[in-house]
Every structure is written in C-alpha cells, then in structure tokens.
Design a protein around this ligand. Sequence first.
Ligand SMILES: NC(=O)c1ccc[n+]([C@@H]2O[C@H](COP(=O)([O-])OP(=O)(O)OC[C@H]3O[C@@H](n4cnc5c(N)ncnc54)[C@H](O)[C@@H]3O)[C@@H](O)[C@H]2O)c1
Length: 320
Amino acid sequence: MKIGIVGYGVIGHVHAEVIKELGQKVTAVCDIDGEKLKTVDFAKTYSDFDEMIKNEDLDVVHICTPHYLHKEMIVKALGKGINVLSEKPMCIKKEDIDEIIEAEKNSSAIFGVSFQNRYNPAVQKAKEFLSGKKILGSYATMFWKRDKEYYSSGAWRGKIATEGGGVLINQFIHTIDLLCYLTGTPKKLIANVMNNTLKGVIEVEDTAFIKCFDGSDFCVFATNGSTQDFPVNIVIKTDGGTVTIIQNDLYINGEKVEVSGNAGFYGKSVYGSGHFALIGDFYGCIKEGRKFPIGAKEAATAVKIVLKAYESRGEIVDIG
Ligand SMILES: NC(=O)c1ccc[n+]([C@@H]2O[C@H](COP(=O)([O-])OP(=O)(O)OC[C@H]3O[C@@H](n4cnc5c(N)ncnc54)[C@H](O)[C@@H]3O)[C@@H](O)[C@H]2O)c1
C-alpha cells in the first residue's frame, strides 16, 4: 500500500509512528518546512501537496496540516480516489461541510476523521453501558493550559483565518464529539465564548460555555486559560446509573471500572490512546471495503456545534 502524510508536525509524527507500528510503510511525506523534511529518512519528501498526489499514485493520504488546509486537501485527494484520513476538524467553515460530504459521496475512496477518543477503551465500555438506557442529561468540563509559548509554536494557531477558532474548534471538539457519540445529537444550543486570559495573545476564544438541548441535553465548560492541565471530565446521568469518564478512566455510579486494551500512548497522553486503534480500523476498512465509522457526516456534527456556538452570542440557535 502506498501511503502519504501531509503535515509533518506534532501529529504528523504520531501518524508516522502508528503507521510503522501497524506494519505499514510511509511512501512520501509532504511539508512546507524544509527543516522538518530533513528529519525524514524513511520516505520520499515533497514540499507541495499537489506534486505528491500527482507523482506518487497513493492509496492513502493522512492529512495532518493546520485546520484551514484540510478541506481543500480532503476534496482533492478524494477526487483522485485516494483514501483520506484527516485530522480534526475536517473543516472550519459551514459551507465546507457539504462540500466534503459531497466529495465523500462521489469518491470510490474511504474518508475518515481522527476523533480517536471514540476508540478509547473507557469510551467503548461507556457506550456499551449506555445502550438501552434513558439518558437524563450530561455535562463535560475541560481546564487546560495553552499559553503564549504554545500559541507561538505554529503561525496558524490562535487565528480565525487559519485555526478557525480557539479552545472549541481545536482541543474541546474531541469532547463535543464524544458527547454526541455517547448521548445523541442536539438540535439547538445557546453559547457564550470569550477571550479571558489570552487577550493580546490570540484572536480566538480561550473559554466557552455551551448548553445543548432538544435531542440530546448537555452543558459544557471549556478553557485553555487554566493554570495547568487537568483531566477532561464527562458525566452522563441515566435512568440506570451515572457514567463518569475522567480522561481515560471510567466510573459507573462512582465505582471504577477496569478497562483493558489501552493501546499505548502516542504523542501527548491527553490525545488518549485511540490513535493506534483508529488508524488500525481505518486500514481495516480499506482492506475489507467497510465504511469507516467516522466519515464526513459523523465528523460534521461536532464542527456544526462549534460553529453555531461561535454564532450564538448568548442567543438560542438551531444547529441545523
Ligand atoms: N487528534 C488529536 O488528538 C490531535 C492532536 C494534535 C493535533 N491535531 C490536529 O492535527 C493538525 C496539525 O496539528 P499539529 O499540532 O501537528 O500542528 P503543527 O503546526 O505541529 O504541524 C502542522 C504541519 O503542517 C505543515 N504545513 C503547513 N502548511 C502546509 C502545506 N501547505 N503543505 C504541507 N505541510 C504544511 C507545517 O509546516 C507543520 O509541520 C491540526 O488539525 C490539529 O488540530 C490532532
């Protein structure tokens, strides 16, 4: 299988490591940063994405670039029949959601988005427990620290045009995706987003509160302006007990449930252990001709919620 990676930064390295761990070989790596390409001694290198997909006859491309580049790269690769695994978020604009859904529909290739936390054993076990139960409501909180140093580690970070938003579209989108995966999709929301502690550092939000309702009901509070990183909490109340997920641990009615199968951590531990399982499943789908469970429609839900939260400004809005 011929595999390409575009964007060889923090997460591009994680994808390369997992591909190797799965017994596959990366054929080509593309990055506009020549210094990053100098470290690639296992594949051909390119500084232009179009050149890479024109010359290499790839079976799969992993898109690990900044947010604003995802849509165009996804659509181009799917148009050429290349299987695409994109990092989250699949896009940062409302109009791009339908374009990606169309591109997936019209392509013979498989499309997937890296919401790898769905594959964490604690999440899988929680999903099993929730089956057949009536969900009464849920909440999630995230207190992380992303400071000036973090935001200056990439010119695209912290800017509306290139990151598309702040804590919601980048870090917390994973948790929004999990809440929808575990409890269902809401139809409406009311939200306030703010820039509290990172004023002058970023032009996007560092903190947000969202209440989602009508369909699935949940409240969330997320900030990148904490004094340090704390584990993400998800609490789901049902008619048959309460599920709590604290980072990678699961509790049911306050009792810790042992989960097995954490497949090792790649990159930072806050990414969870899911990358290995998710990328493995993506390759399994290609081999077996199965649809990947997190395709364009599934990945669009969290993007829609985030974009509507930006629009809301304290008013109720339809998520659509
Ligand atoms: N799933 C997760 O847990 C997780 C964790 C971290 C990052 N991410 C996502 O991965 C993506 C990348 O994040 P990162 O932290 O690795 O960023 P990064 O800045 O470390 O890496 C991005 C890389 O893309 C390269 N690049 C920029 N423009 C390019 C272009 N036109 N062509 C080719 N390469 C180009 C940059 O030079 C850089 O090396 C983002 O979408 C981010 O949200 C996901």
